[in-house]
Design a protein around this ligand. Structure first.
Ligand code: ADP
Ligand code: MG
Length: 693
């Protein structure tokens, strides 16, 4: 039997593709001819219809035909050529900033033109800037495209027509050879087309295609591909998980009473949610296979205590724990909590920070290497070159959404000593809706802490325009008089911290003047850690009643007497950040308030965010809304990490496909694991490599 013809693997097999073009294509993730079939248009232009000028909608791209009524050069601000055309239904201005003499002469009164461009509102009515155009003979029939024109994602130096012709070539030569691995696996009577048909439709939508559905991503062709893409993502995570589970890990059973002594010294009992999470962790840790567990829980539910209790399992078995935070500041907070809890038990907590001097760093590295540092805290620098653990048995990753899955599992490889892989505990305050968790976190077991420590009262939240600031100052005064403390947070203006710091400084000056009877402190990201610490401690001890801060405190301190949180320019902050900040109050028994100051007028999205904050203090609801307003990529930080950069699928829109994805995932793995591999290669490419960071 003849083997079926296969699609060649070299891009240069394509007509017209040499090394230079291949390199540009690689930037788009196209490294094999087959990849071209999966490089899908971002949008479509409709050049199949002639739009009467009178029916043009600003912002739309359209084909129009008309007769030149007037062409003139004007010198307002910039020399430009304006050409007015009319088709009897209306007038349109064509505006050119760059033009030749010949062009100007050709655009003479009475000439007929066919134009394509984006209609915009201009000073004298609708206009098109630098439209594509061609001349029509007096009686010439207008000839239009037969199909929608696809617009591909591209990269510098690669023009649309080039991509279109490459796609056409790939469609003609290779689409018929492309295997459809889901053929016969979709439910009877499914409304979804086959793979080849779906790709054909998306690359070259036929006339009459449902444009609105296509634009909304709900066309059956898109659904068919979204299903396959989500399946590939899901399989990739399952595969990563299986690889990871096959590794060996050191079992960490309970050996002495360290855990009990720790709990007894806390001064409070664990909540039911904390106990449950800890029991699941303990069961995992006792296995000779690496734990891969995610603990989700709202800000303030007490995840850090759970992490510390888990860390003790490693310590009492004579091994080390690495606690990894996404930022230096978070790592500092952990250092503080862990030191406070663990040092009284005789455990050495080591902090590896970018801010350490050479000697201190050397000292920390030595503690890590010798095993004397039993609990090691830091950022991803914990796994940099030159950091060697004596015997790492557990990694705790806080706020996991900022790390990619591949990155995290790779760390597990790096952290292995003597063939033993560390267990992984991942903590996040971003509650992840179930559909997302099942697709995106298919590699992790899941625990959710739903309860809060007893005695917490929900924080009352109000939003006020900036001009009512004086009332807010009065509230601060009253809170202080009642013996409570307040935060006044200024937003992050830019990453450098320079402007941030200025904004916080002037706010500090303003408040110190308005509230002379209060001790007002200032803390910002550019202070030295010792100085920051000193201010935080003074606030915690009640020596300061008002703390002006940049978003530094988002992750910083834990002061139960703080009952008032004021957030400036709240309209600029995201929901997750607002929720985190608000979580800094309401930690004690007294009623707490959060005031969101904003600059009017509010943009629609900002208005919705503030509304969500006023309506709910439930982190799961906030996260769900955040997801709806921003989309999963931004919420989970997947844009930055490269994880789950979906091309077609949208996890919210296509959430109803998840059960099918899971069923297909099981079936494919049972029937033909090789197929699973091929699907992963097709959609995720070589980025999906276990062990790469
Ligand atoms: P998370 O990291 O989940 O946001 P933390 O671990 O920082 O929360 O805990 C918030 C505060 O609640 C800390 O001051 C912590 O000591 C305290 N806490 C944690 N668990 C309990 C509990 N079960 N009872 C009372 N207070 C608790
Ligand atoms: Mg925390």
């Amino acid at each position: 039997m003849a083997t079926p013809a296969a699609i060649p693997r070299e891009l240069t097999e394509l007509r017209g593709v040499g090394p230079a073009l291949a390199e540009k294509l690689a930037r788009l993730g196209v490294t094999r001819p087959e990849d071209l079939l999966f490089l899908l248009p971002q949008r479509y232009e409709d050049r199949t219809r002639l739009v009467p000028i009178g029916a043009l909608v600003p912002g739309s791209r359209a084909v129009v035909a008309g007769e030149v009524a007037l062409a003139e050069i004007v010198f307002r601000r910039r020399r430009s050529l304006l050409c007015r055309i009319s088709d009897g239904t209306g007038m349109l201005t064509l505006r050119f900033f760059y033009f030749s003499k010949a062009q100007q002469e050709q655009l003479a009164r009475g000439r007929r033109l066919l134009c394509f461009g984006e209609a915009r509102s201009g000073p004298g009515g609708l206009e098109m800037v630098h439209p594509e155009y061609q001349f029509l003979g007096a009686e010439e029939q207008v000839s239009l495209e037969q199909a929608l024109t696809p617009v591909y994602p591209t990269t510098e130096g690669l023009q649309q027509f080039r991509l279109r012709s490459l796609a056409t070539q790939a469609l003609e030569r290779y689409l018929p050879l492309l295997p459809d691995w889901l053929e016969g696996r979709l439910p009877e009577g499914t409304a979804l087309p086959g793979l080849r048909e779906a790709l054909q439709v998306l690359h070259r939508p036929p006339p009459g295609v449902d444009l609105a559905r296509l634009a909304a991503g709900r066309h059956p062709a898109q659904r068919r591909l979204a299903l396959e893409e989500m399946l590939a993502q899901h399989l990739s995570l399952r595969r990563l998980r299986e690889h990871a589970r096959r590794e060996a890990a050191t079992p960490l059973p309970a050996v002495d009473g360290l855990r009990e002594r720790f709990l007894a010294g806390l001064g409070f009992g664990l909540t039911a949610g904390q106990q449950e999470a800890l029991a699941a962790i303990d069961a995992d840790l006792a296995q000779p296979r690496p734990m891969l567990r995610l603990v989700q829980g709202d800000v303030g539910c007490g995840k850090t205590v759970v992490a510390a209790a888990a860390a003790l399992r490693a310590v009492e078995n004579g091994h080390q724990v690495a606690v990894m935070a996404p930022t230096e500041l978070l790592s500092e907070q952990h250092r503080r909590s862990f030191s406070r809890w663990l040092e009284p038990l005789g455990i050495e907590v080591t902090w590896l920070s970018g801010s350490l001097g050479r000697r201190e760093r050397q000292h920390a590295l030595e503690a890590i290497g010798s095993g004397r540092g039993q609990v090691v805290i830091g950022t991803h620098a914990l796994f940099q070159e030159g950091v060697d653990y004596r015997s790492l048995a557990l990694m705790i990753v806080d706020e996991q959404h900022r790390f990619g899955v591949h990155q995290r599992l790779a760390l597990m490889q790096k952290g292995a000593t003597g063939g033993q892989h560390p267990h992984q505990l991942v903590m996040t305050a971003t509650p992840i809706p179930r559909t997302l968790a099942m697709t995106l976190y298919a590699d992790l077991d899941n625990s959710v802490i739903r309860d809060m420590p007893p005695g917490r009262q929900p924080v009352q939240t109000i939003a006020l325009p900036d001009r009512r600031r004086a009332e807010v100052v009065t509230r601060v005064r009253e809170a202080a008089r009642a013996g409570n403390r307040a935060y006044w947070v200024c937003p992050l203006i830019e990453d450098s911290g320079e402007l941030d710091y200025q904004a916080a400084e002037s706010t500090h000056a303003m408040l110190a003047e308005a509230l002379p009877e209060l001790a007002v402190g200032l803390v910002h990201g550019r202070m030295r850690p010792e100085d920051k610490d000193a201010v935080m401690r003074a606030f915690a001890a009640g020596k300061l009643q008002l703390l002006v801060a940049t978003t530094v405190i988002e992750v910083g301190v834990d002061v139960p007497e703080a009952t008032l949180m004021i957030i400036e320019n709240a309209e600029r902050m995201g929901l997750a950040q607002l929720h985190q900040l608000r979580g800094r109050v309401g930690r004690g028994a007294a009623a707490s308030h959060c005031v969101l100051l904003y600059q009017a007028p509010l943009a629609e999205l900002a208005r919705q965010r503030l509304e969500v904050m006023r309506e709910t203090s439930d982190g799961f609801v906030v996260a769900q809304k955040d997801l709806e307003l921003r989309g999963p990529g931004e919420v989970l930080g997947t844009r930055q990490t490269g994880l789950a950069q979906f091309r077609v699928a949208d996890l919210l829109r296509d959430a109803d496909l998840v059960p099918q994805v899971q069923r297909l995932g099981r079936e494919l793995l049972d029937a033909d694991p090789g197929l699973a591999e091929s699907l992963i290669r097709r959609w995720i490419g070589d980025a999906d490599r276990y062990g790469n960071v």
